[in-house]
Design a protein around this ligand. Structure first.
Ligand SMILES: [Ca+2]
Ligand SMILES: [Ca+2]
Ligand SMILES: [Ca+2]
Ligand SMILES: [Ca+2]
Length: 424
């Protein structure tokens, strides 16, 4: 399906202040992590853009390009009365913007990766208004964003995908479903060929609710899948890692128990030492939800555990490794300029907080994904209700590199240029 759109929309450019947090907000939790070290050594905002009109518009993911970044999301056209999967590329200067539309009106993108066909693949799901039943769908895009076709998961008619990697001449997708051999919600993992035919589909979990949120490969050609379990949990929700072979068959699982609710939303393998970073949240204790970061070895042993946040709710949504610094993006309701703000945390390789900051205005602003390009810094995808044209807009931010010397850069105020952009 190839959709060509000729339309003029408002494209707002914002320059927003990046508040470097200069007081303690890290809360240590076992293993020595999260100790306050307010060095103020974080990155500054280079540019910040919104995209969208008056209806809700959302970002799903961001991918670094050779110069700039690719953002995917879904936006609603006031003129067309239609929701589109949306592709936006922006160069590192925040210019050279290209916007294209893809997919069905009920498609919500959650992840984008490079595809085996030379372009990109967007993992998303189809939803029905008023229903919580969703169905995974992959969309293949050409190098310039052309919609080359979509592939619905025909064996998963009630499932929600969360993550995807390219691997072994194909794609590995993980998520949660009420289908499968176990009652309640189950984790699912499936392998697709480079041409999107399903090679295998497996379920993991037990009689209660379980979910797979993120996947990475191991040096042995296996997969580590992170999520949560209530089936095996010692109390409420606990983080669980499933280790699967190349056919998706169970090798082992690692249960990480802790009081209260925990979920791992992202797993990242550190190729330099063979460990894994797990990012999620915990609600243990009286600090609301906090960002939870764990470092585990290949056998699921917790090497350290760090917790970040204030008295209100925080979530860590995505993370990257920038040299030895772990950079987390998410959102906070404890700090910032009102309601939720995007939340940025730099963490050392031993779990110590190096810097923290927030970004946003008086309304709800959250970061959902981050990509890293060593020469140019960080691209953050988010959703903002403080800026843009209303009802939540796609929010795209570039942060500079950690060694740029601009560690105290503050761009004051908000500037809305509302430049019309001709779409192709
Ligand atoms: Ca727990
Ligand atoms: Ca909190
Ligand atoms: Ca806010
Ligand atoms: Ca909007």
């Amino acid at each position: 399906m190839l959709r060509t759109v000729q339309r003029t929309v408002q494209y707002s450019m914002l320059l927003v202040g990046f508040g470097l947090f200069a007081a303690g907000c890290g809360v240590g939790s076992g293993g020595g992590g999260g100790t306050v070290d307010p060095s103020g050594d974080g990155p500054g905002v280079v540019w910040s853009l919104t995209y969208g009109e008056t209806q809700p518009d959302f970002a799903g993911d961001v991918l670094a390009l050779s110069d700039g970044a690719l953002f995917v999301g879904d936006t609603y056209s006031d003129a067309d009365q239609y929701r589109y999967g949306t592709w936006i590329t922006v160069n590192s200067a925040g210019e050279g913007r290209d916007i294209r539309y893809f997919g069905a009106s009920t498609l919500k993108p959650v992840r984008v990766t490079g595809g085996w066909g030379g372009g990109y693949v967007v993992l998303g799901y189809l939803f029905t208004s008023g229903s919580d039943i969703t169905q995974p769908i992959l969309t293949e895009l050409g190098p310039n964003g052309a919609d080359l076709g979509s592939y619905v998961a025909i064996n998963l008619t009630d499932a929600r995908p969360y993550d995807m990697i390219t691997y072994d001449d194909g794609y590995i997708e993980v998520g949660a479903t009420r289908q499968g051999p176990f009652s309640g919600q189950n984790a699912y993992i499936r392998k697709l060929s480079a041409t999107f035919s399903e090679e295998w589909l497996v379920y993991h979990g037990e009689s209660n609710d379980d979910a797979a949120y993120s996947v990475t490969s191991t040096p042995e050609g296996e997969y580590m899948v992170a999520g949560y379990t209530t089936s095996y949990a010692a109390d409420e929700r606990d983080i669980i890692l499933w280790r699967l072979d190349e056919e998706g068959q169970y090798i082992d699982n690692y249960l990480i128990t802790q009081a209260g609710n925990q979920e791992a939303l992202r797993i990242l393998r550190n190729p330099s030492d063979g460990t894994y970073l797990l990012l999620g949240y915990t609600d243990e204790g009286a600090n609301g939800d906090d960002v939870l970061l764990l470092k585990v070895d290949g056998g699921g042993q917790v090497l350290w555990r760090a917790r970040f946040g204030g008295v209100q709710d925080e979530r860590g949504m995505d993370l990257v490794l920038a040299g030895t610094t772990i950079v987390i993006v998410g959102y906070t309701n404890s700090f910032g300029n009102g309601d939720f703000d995007a939340y940025y945390i730099g963490v050392s390789s031993d779990g110590m907080e190096l810097w923290t900051g927030w970004d946003g205005g008086a309304s709800e602003d959250i970061a959902v994904a981050v990509a890293y390009e060593p020469d140019r810094g960080f691209y953050v995808a988010g959703n903002t209700q403080s800026y843009g044209l209303g009802g939540s807009d796609v929010w795209m931010t570039r942060l500079n590199t950690l060694d740029s010397g601009d560690s105290t850069l503050m761009i004051e105020g908000v500037q809305s240029l509302n430049q019309p952009v001709q779409l192709r």
